[in-house]
Design a protein around this ligand. Sequence first.
Ligand SMILES: [Zn+2]
Length: 391
Amino acid sequence: MTTSPLTFEITAEDGEARAGIITTRRGAIETPVFMPVGTAGTVKGVRFEQLESPDLDAQIILGNTYHLWLRPGIDVIKACGGLHKFIGWKRALLTDSGGFQVWSLGELRKISEEGTEFRSHVDGALCFLSPEISMEIQAALGAEIVMAFDECAPGEASYEEARRSMELTLRWAKRSKEAFCNLQAGRPRMPDETSALPARQALFGIIQGASHLDLRRESLERTVEVGFEGYALGGLSVGEEKPVMFDVIGAMAPRMPVERPRYLMGVGTPEDLIDAVARGMDMFDCVLPTRNGRNGQAFTSRGKVNIKNARYAQDQQPLDESCRCSVCRRHSRAFLRHLFLSGEMLASILLTHHNLAFFLDTMRSVRQAIRSRQFTKFRRDHTERLGSGRE
Ligand SMILES: [Zn+2]
């Protein structure tokens, strides 16, 4: 019996919400956790020093298999000693399988039993991704957490369509695990892996089934039979209505193995995160704080602020009075608006920084609230405050 490459300990519970610690080769991650998305090896607009600073203190970030595979290519990353070394990040990483990115190419892809054929968005070249190839790429990238290669059905998928996709995802989950185990067998320890945990990576399985609860339940049971270190809900926030998404989360989370991390992929706003924590989810990632930041939108404790809005032209207040991030301590809405309207790159940098600080700080408060068994009150106060400042 080999030691697990990742451990998960629940330290406090409040209702269905749980606070815990995931321990990886590169340190501990407190949950519930928000993971900033680093698509091409960079969390857009944020320096790594900032990600590590007390302001943000991101304990884990994401890398995208699809993007890194196409550019700069796996040979480059391998030659540069793996993704951590290549990008200069010593903390934990999670890589997705590429399945979702390929799926979002829409018409440009062709799915078969073997895998997915698609045209590269970089140069139009014909590419092919399969469970085996995804595992090989993710082994070379070397993240602490690796995702199984899955197929995502659209949110409004018919029952037949969702079943076919769910069955294919299950067959791909088995192939992912087999390929993963073969690749992990002789994996050497990297020089900067400090933990006593083994050098192996951890593989998470993905539950699909669109908005059909019986398919979701079957997907969960059969994915757990294959056996993974953690379990993710995939295929949500892909066009279905929000209540539908929360029905799926509410029905699935309590059924997911208690002793394993539960990861909600690609969702959502801070309110969505809190609502999902209330249903028992532990891990989250989303492009909203970075993407919306670049588009001039800030998330605050009193709702969203669109910095383009003329009402901020002479506004001396920070983005969020209750935020302690370095942007809110130093700059006014008026200045941020001026930067944004002038097309200054600093606008994107500062708004992204604040948004990430807000997401990460919200999760810190969530953890604190669960630990002190005040989560219900925290959730209610948070919602009330949000409602009070709508634009
Ligand atoms: Zn701030």
